[in-house]
Design a protein around this ligand. Sequence first.
Ligand code: FMN
Ligand code: SF4
Ligand code: SF4
Length: 252
Amino acid sequence: MSNVTKIYFSPSGTTKEVVDQLASTFSQDGDSYDLLNFNSDKELGSDDIAIVGMPVFAGRIPKTARQRLAKFKGENTPAIAVVNYGNAHVTDALLELVDLLKENNFNVIAAASTISHHSIFDGVAVGRPDSADIEKIKEFGKRCQEKIESNESLEAEIPGNKPYVDYKKLPFEISCDEAICAFCYDCVSICPEKAIPDDDPVDTDLDLCSRCTACISICPEDARKFSGEAFESKKPAFEQANSERKEPEFYL
Ligand SMILES: Cc1cc2nc3c(=O)[nH]c(=O)nc-3n(C[C@H](O)[C@H](O)[C@H](O)COP(=O)(O)O)c2cc1C
Ligand code: SF4
Ligand code: SF4
């Protein structure tokens, strides 16, 4: 029997939720790899099924997540590629994820883009994935299972362009309110860029920081947040421009 292996990078937790929902449609269980902390070589066999979820960061999959995912090698392993975005744009991220998996000897049988609550602009896609999204994700999971059982390959064309859009680092500041920080160091442990000094969790090295949101999401005191003029001035217009509901897309 195949193992269903979940691989994801999910700083604010919604990509993990989508991957978990998709995996729940399979009767088999398997290992989970959280790329916020897993950074090692790993081989999957032809009997495994990989469900791989990545958030969209400025039209790409996050650079660090890409480097960590590249350490996974398949053996013509069936894979389902999912990018999860904040109701703005997918741009080249899904194509990039599918290409990377293929380069590493995964047999990508299906792909999807799903929508979740925007992890920076929190007025966008509030409450998503919602029950309508989850129903569609589960239906997609069943179709993936049928495809794997009947040995079918991916037929649909994946949207995106090559060369992929250049990496872009967002100019927003992240601040920490020292008055409410409990010095638990959870943010230090989770930061994939080592941008929070372990002797001063109130500080953030913005040159190293990818703005991934993991520290904001994990902080039990809500001490960390986006701040500053660039963020505050962009927020209303961004939220207005991306207020219309988008729907998940499935490629089989
Ligand atoms: C640095 C950064 C860049 C982002 N860029 C995009 C983008 O290009 N398009 C979009 O729709 N959402 C974008 N988002 C929103 C995330 O893709 C979305 O919130 C996703 O659900 C986050 O997944 P997570 O909950 O697993 O962290 C961005 C978020 C971050 C942190
Ligand atoms: S400091 Fe930056 S890179 Fe590190 S967890 Fe926070 S947002 Fe992510
Ligand atoms: S997670 Fe929050 S409370 Fe804990 S050290 Fe970091 S900023 Fe302080």
